[in-house]
Design a protein around this ligand. Sequence first.
Ligand code: ADP
Ligand code: MG
Length: 383
Amino acid sequence: MGAVEVRDGFTALYGAEPEGVWSAPGRVNLIGEHTDYNDGFVMPFALPHTATAAVSRREDGVVRLHSADLDGGVVELRPDDLVPQADKEWTAYPAGVVWALREAGHPVTGADIHLSSTVPVGAGLSSSAAVEVVVALALNDLYELGLQRWQLARLCQRAENVYVGAPTGIMDQTASACCEDGHALFLDTRDLGQKQIPFDLAAEGMRLLVVDTRVKHAHNEGEYGKRRAGCEKGAALLGVDALRDIAYDDLDAALARLEDEEVRRLVRHVVTEDARVERVVALLESGDTRAIGPVLTAGHASLRDDFRISCPELDLVVDTALASGALGARMTGGGFGGSAIVLAEATDVDTITKAVEEAFAAASFTAPRVFEAVPSPGARRIS
Ligand code: ADP
Ligand code: MG
């Protein structure tokens, strides 16, 4: 649904024009997986798929929420009454943003919100962050809160962690809030230092495909928690604040000090993955874009063999794409489903897409959804 439909939908629903319309994108992570809760590096870029919200202020202590994408009508809440982890519906995401803003002392007295999103839900493309960030940016503008993008991302993360109750890192919200058109975002999740890295594949005759396996990753929260706890255990055993503090050159020495094979695998993934992010940044900055392919593929092997969060569908995408001429491929996002990315010469895209679709049919998997991911703008006001 486009901005005009969302604006018109708001007017039909609430009987008045919205004060404005905003959008915020989903994201795909180029490299740097499961590093964000280890104080490490990530490198997402924004998708052309966005959540779009029409919003007006209210002064009577009421928030009204509506999603054009779901059945169920307008939900009315009172900001004074919001309690973390009580709401198990979609409304927890936008309400959580209102809660987080107010908890941080910002005078948000109410709002009418109507939204719609083209970000696929549960595909590892961060539809939840798109919803949070679009609401945060709208309220920041309307209430003239003066918060910077990274601050909005922090508040959205707090909304998701504390109010919704989902233990996620800072990457998704920062990507949605801070990415720029034609760039990937290098983010140091320890100090939130950022660097925009030019990433214009089309100009160099390449494409990046997203293959949504249609396997919902929603059931993986227990596994995510286990990996996270294992990483924290590794850091504690090694006497560092976070695994980010283990230098790549010291990895072998660190591993030699760990007895638990499971913890060793987790540590090895995180430390080598941080090194891969730095490698990709260096290659892109030196203009050697094709050379990032094998780095992406090495990242997949690490997630599959060391972190052990891949699944047959994701492995099939990666193996089939590589066998059909892809420059590199890897699962992206939390794992156990969701999406993979494939870097390819533009001329090979059709062959690869067909091969992946045929491989899925032959394996009796649900047909995947394949689309091209063009690095797109971050959150913005549309009207
Ligand atoms: P993802 O990987 O897509 O972020 P999550 O489980 O983190 O998956 O978030 C998905 C949730 O975000 C949905 O279950 C829903 O509650 C909310 N959401 C996403 N898009 C929409 C939408 N268009 N309308 C309402 N809620 C949405
Ligand atoms: Mg999410």
